[in-house]
Ligand binder design. Structure first.
Ligand SMILES: [Zn+2]
Length: 233
């Protein structure tokens, strides 16, 4: 290979290496993975809170039902007494009074129970939604993680191959020329510019006829008058 061809090949490999290193870092995917993880954690915590709340509601409802049963029994007992045993007005009045108070209490508890049932329905449906979302989030996380690992793995192989090719090329390139290549690359991001239609493709400036002729005839190092890159034709 001619020396300019070698440098051009080196620049292409260097470009590929930069590209694959960027893919390896894959910042966006990492951010997304962390985001999914934190969403999952928050949702799980919220689900646990809901479960505790539901447990509390269930035990409240059990306590109210127990109270209702006791009050019902009392009303029933008092009604039987009123019907069978009441002997004086005072006893009748007392029993009626007692029945009235207990019935009011029953109404109150029944209303409270309705409220509890509503709360229970609401939290039960929230728990269901959250469980479904947790499964979705977990799946999304695992799929993305797998994809990420694949990219990293294949990127590693490609990078190793590119580094190998680069090392081979470096053996063939003159050290002084390589130093120049590195120096211009450090300054401008790229050292070699392909000439297309008599124009430097990197800066877009047209070459003068003498320089263009020189380039066509030999493999010497010629720099673009305008951007200072090594011209390759
Ligand atoms: Zn140029």
């Amino acid at each position: 290979m001619f020396k300019l061809e070698l440098l051009w090949a080196l620049q292409n490999i260097d470009g590929e290496i930069v590209k694959y290193k960027r893919i390896q870092k894959n910042k966006e995917t990492l951010i997304k993975l962390n985001d999914l993880k934190s969403q999952y954690g928050k949702l799980k915590e919220s689900l646990q809170n809901d479960m505790v709340y539901k447990k509390d509601i269930v035990s409240q409802s059990e306590a109210f039902n127990l109270k209702l049963k006791t009050l019902d029994k009392r009303v029933k007992g008092d009604s039987e007494k009123l019907y069978n045993e009441a002997s004086s007005i005072k006893v009748i009045e007392n029993l009626q009074n007692e029945i009235e108070i207990n019935k009011k209490e029953i109404d109150k508890i029944e209303n409270q129970l309705l409220g509890i049932i509503e709360k229970d329905e609401k939290v039960t449906s929230e728990i269901k939604d959250k469980k479904e979302n947790l499964i979705k989030l977990k799946k999304e996380f695992e799929e993305l993680k797998e994809e990420y690992n694949k990219i990293i793995e294949s990127g590693k192989e490609i990078l190793e191959r590119l580094e190998g090719k680069r090392a081979e090329l470096l053996n063939e390139i003159d050290k002084g020329l390589l130093a120049r290549y590195d120096e211009i690359t450090a300054k401008k991001g790229s050292a070699i510019s392909k000439v297309e239609k008599e124009t430097c493709s990197q800066c877009g400036v047209k070459l003068n006829a003498i320089l263009y002729d020189k380039l066509k005839k030999n493999d010497d190092i010629n720099l673009c008058d305008h951007c200072g890159r090594i011209l390759y034709i």
